[in-house]
Design a protein. Structure first.
Lengths: 261, 268, 317
């Protein structure tokens, strides 16, 4: 799931700033800027190709944003400007608004593109180096350190959770031949078992945290804790930020100049 | 950044270094400053919740000795080990490490002298990369960047894990993680190494390589283990701990020959 | 199916995104300063505990809980985190978890992160924790009372998070509040039951198995009543700002809502049949009802909050 990226241990600030600026520029495009959005996507696809990700794969990764379109669908039917169609379907009166459609479609495309930008960021810089970059950009120590540790122990704890779930499933049989009272037990019982699983997982996590504390203390940690070495600062950071600003400018211009639908 | 030492035999998936790595360990430029002695006198320890974990431990270990701590679960072996680097402090009694009594003033030096390798390497590898984890100790000691760099390289070379330097810990096999966990501790240049169940979870080949590695180390070694074969193979002296007290202290071969003793204390 | 609350980028207007980023940053900043205050035992421990418990929350969110055929709730864990770590550290952890979800899993946008962290971290954990304490204290302050409080707060947190999410989308013009709000609130009122039950069950399990951990980890805040009152005011202020924003919202949005009155009365079932998940019976549209509903949530939280304050300061004197 987390692919081994290039750029482990490099200054990721330029990548972070570029991604944020890009997403912001896309978000600022007014509804109906389909051409500008296409332009934005082409930029991403190009960047992706340079990093070794095919546009098709990138586009598919962007689809994770798709389910949220459900939230935007009502606006298609409830706005009353630019009605494309109004009539009755059975006993119900339905209207389809062009303005609403435009809003929903634009939102969807923006989400789709923004997800891909995020994916590219991860291809460009590892999660820990992003955290380090944020730390450099004044993210408080407590957040940066705990975020780093969460990232580090994420898979481990999820694996433990998976094993516990598997053990629960293994004992979640359907009765054979015996009269079935209530398959799956009552809601209260199910809640109790799930609660016990969550509770056990917490206790394991807590013990692990204690052992990590001891390990860190054994290696001399006292007081403020900082994990991970700070990579050398990128000497061309200013240059890259200027490049990013130019990119944003281009996108905004594209949004302003390209015709909207 | 890291020049590769010659490690023709190490490859991802190998449990522990082959003999080639050991030569590097011998020629490691780091020599510990402490004398590697341990002196514990009348050590009593009670947990905050009242459980008495250690009842009057007396023991003395000379520099360079290889000692196995044997005993059933709950005997107090781990608790005892955590006294050696000051994570626990005695309720009564004293603990002297490399000549210095473990106290708040000496704790920094103590933690540099005693390297504790935990049972679950995942508890010890909490940084984003192997390099970061091994550098953690020296960094906290306040060494200069170039000194840190040297320490990390030497430590990784000693366990045959230089090629793993930029990897994330979650991507290593259990054997690789154990090696790196040891490296994180070696980087602090300790005169005493303490291991908690090092052979747990290793396959026979991994165990054999662990034994070879342990035999190559010159520091004082203390190992807490259920693995009697490991004790017999690499640790001439054994101390049997049960219910918070020492019940036997002597030559490993003699102790392992006393079947009633072993049975009485959950070792067989 | 788990209707997600993580808003992707592109759905919120820049103004809303910015406003919520500021609100979240301010409150998380306060949280950071408060957790910085000494935990004398082992200062290094707090980020470690927070970090590992963040991973725990991630893992806990994998536990599903079948509520009805085809629907299962997943744990959000906001109030749980707040109970186990304390409101401030818990808020930091939840906000960080939401951030990592956005960064690593593209679950929620980067610009929308402020809003998402607000809905799930601030409302969910910070607000939820105070509500939990308030209820717990009001019910007598025993362990079971506080766990019950956590359960009730967990339900409320889920519903409130859903409400705020919809509000933000509506104010950005991306959804229709008259339809979205009742639907989201209704669905999450059901999901919230799962959250409440699991929270209570988990806390009960921990209380029975390792009561000492609970006492140590969920230690009550030592802050003075004055300080907590000012914090309460700050949160209430943030909430009130949002509410007033809604009141002075984009006239187009409200106009559209008003126009729907006719539409809704005529075709009340139509949009809902289109979305199989939103099967909420007995809905009665109308802008005034909607506004009342939203403000109602805010008022309820505020009242419980104030009750908790009152009960606590009385208990202490």
């Amino acid at each position: 799931m987390i692919a081994e990226p290039r750029g482990v241990g490099h200054d990721a600030r330029a990548a972070v700033i570029a991604t944020l600026a890009f997403v912001m520029a896309v978000a600022l495009l007014p509804p109906g800027s389909y051409l500008a959005l296409l332009f934005a996507w082409l930029l991403l696809a190009f960047a992706g190709a340079v990093l070794g990700i095919s546009p098709g794969r990138l586009a598919r990764r962007g689809l994770v944003a798709l389910p949220f379109v459900v939230a935007a669908v009502p606006i298609v039917f409830t706005r009353s400007d630019e009605l494309l169609w109004a009539g009755t379907v059975g006993p119900l009166s339905v209207q389809v608004s062009g303005a609403g459609l435009r809003i929903a479609l634009t939102a969807l495309l923006k989400a789709w593109i923004s997800v891909q930008a995020s994916v590219l960021l991860l291809a460009l810089a590892s999660a820990p180096s992003i955290v380090t970059a944020l730390r450099r950009m004044r993210l408080p120590d407590v957040i940066a350190t705990s975020a780093g540790l969460t990232i580090r122990y994420l898979e481990l704890l999820r694996d433990e959770a998976r094993r516990m779930l598997r053990a629960r499933t293994a004992r979640s049989a359907s009765p054979v031949g015996v009269g079935r009272e209530r398959i799956g037990g009552t809601i209260a019982w199910r809640a109790r078992t799930t609660g016990s699983l969550v509770g056990s997982l917490f206790l394991r996590a807590y013990s692990r945290a204690q052992r990590i504390e001891e390990a860190a203390a054994s290696r001399g940690a006292t007081g403020s804790l900082s994990i991970g070495t700070m990579p050398a600062a990128d000497p061309r950071l200013t240059l890259k930020v200027i490049g990013v600003l130019l990119l944003v400018l281009t996108l905004t211009l594209a949004g302003a100049l390209l015709p909207r639908l | 950044m890291t020049e590769q030492h010659e490690h023709p035999h190490t490859h991802p998936g190998a449990a522990l270094p082959h003999s080639h790595g050991h030569e590097h360990a011998h020629e490691a430029p780091l020599t510990p400053t402490g004398d590697g002695t341990i002196a514990i006198s009348h050590l009593h320890f009670r947990y905050p919740d009242g459980t008495e974990a250690l009842r009057g431990i007396d023991l003395a270990i000379a520099g360079g000795e290889k000692v196995a701590l044997l005993g059933p679960n709950g005997a107090g072996k781990s608790t005892l080990m955590l006294h050696l680097n000051g994570i626990h402090r005695p309720t009564h009694g004293t603990v002297h490490v490399a000549g210095a009594q473990v106290s708040n003033e000496t704790i920094g030096r103590v933690r540099a002298e005693v390297g504790l390798v935990f049972q679950d390497p995942d508890d010890q590898l909490f940084s984003p990369t192997v390099w970061d984890d091994v550098a953690f100790g020296p960094t906290h000691m306040g060494l200069t960047p170039s000194a840190i760099h040297d320490r990390v390289e030497v430590a990784l070379a000693a366990v045959g894990a230089l090629d793993l330097a930029q990897r994330a810990p979650m991507r290593l096999s259990i054997g690789q993680r154990k090696r790196v966990a040891l490296a994180t501790v070696l980087a602090m240049n300790p005169s005493i190494l303490v291991f908690d169940e090092p052979s747990a979870g290793l396959d026979p080949r991994g165990r054999r390589e662990l034994i070879e590695l342990l035999q190559s180390l010159t520091q004082t070694l203390i190992v807490s283990t259920h693995d009697l074969e490991l004790a017999r193979a690499a640790f001439p002296r054994s101390i049997v701990v049960d219910r918070g007290a020492i019940v036997a202290d002597g030559s490993t071969s003699e102790i392992l020959a006393k079947r009633e003793l072993l049975l009485a204390h959950g070792l067989a | 199916m788990y209707p997600q609350l993580h808003i992707p980028d592109g759905f919120l207007s820049p103004q809303i995104s910015l406003l919520l980023w500021v609100a979240t940053a301010v409150l998380v900043g306060i949280a950071v300063r408060r957790t910085g205050r000494a935990d004398v035992r082992m200062i290094a421990s707090q980020p470690i505990l927070m970090g590992v418990l963040g991973a725990f929350i991630f893992a806990a969110q994998m536990f599903n809980f079948p509520v009805a055929t085809g629907t299962s709730g997943h744990l959000l864990g906001g109030v749980l985190a707040g109970y186990l770590l304390g409101p401030w550290a818990g808020t930091i952890v939840m906000a960080t978890v939401v951030g990592i979800q956005a960064l690593l899993f593209q679950d929620g946008g980067l610009l929308a992160l402020g809003a998402n962290a607000f809905n799930m971290g601030i409302i969910g954990t910070l607000g939820g924790s105070f509500v939990a304490r308030g209820i717990g204290t009001a019910l007598g302050g025993s362990r079971s009372a506080s766990i019950f409080g956590a359960g009730a707060a967990a339900w409320l947190a889920v519903v409130a998070a859903a409400g705020f999410t919809t509000l933000q989308l509506g104010l950005s013009g991306t959804t229709n509040i008259a339809i979205g709000l009742p639907a989201m609130l209704g669905v999450h009122a059901v999901i919230g039951i799962g959250e409440a039950l699991i929270t209570v069950a988990a806390l009960t399990f921990i209380a029975q198995t390792a009561p000492d951990i609970l006492a140590g980890v969920a230690a009550p805040s030592k802050a003075s009543p004055v300080r907590r009152l000012t914090t309460g005011v700050a949160i209430a202020g943030a909430v009130a700002t949002l509410a007033s924003l809604f009141a002075s919202a984009d006239p187009d949005g409200l106009e559209a809502v008003a126009e729907q009155l006719g539409f809704l009365n005529a075709g009340v079932g139509a949009p809902f049949e289109l979305f199989p998940n939103y099967t909420i019976p007995g809905l009665d549209g109308g802008a005034s009802t909607v506004i009342a509903g939203v403000l109602g949530i805010i008022v309820v939280i505020g009242v419980l909050f104030a009750l908790g304050r009152l009960a606590r300061s009385r208990a202490q004197s």
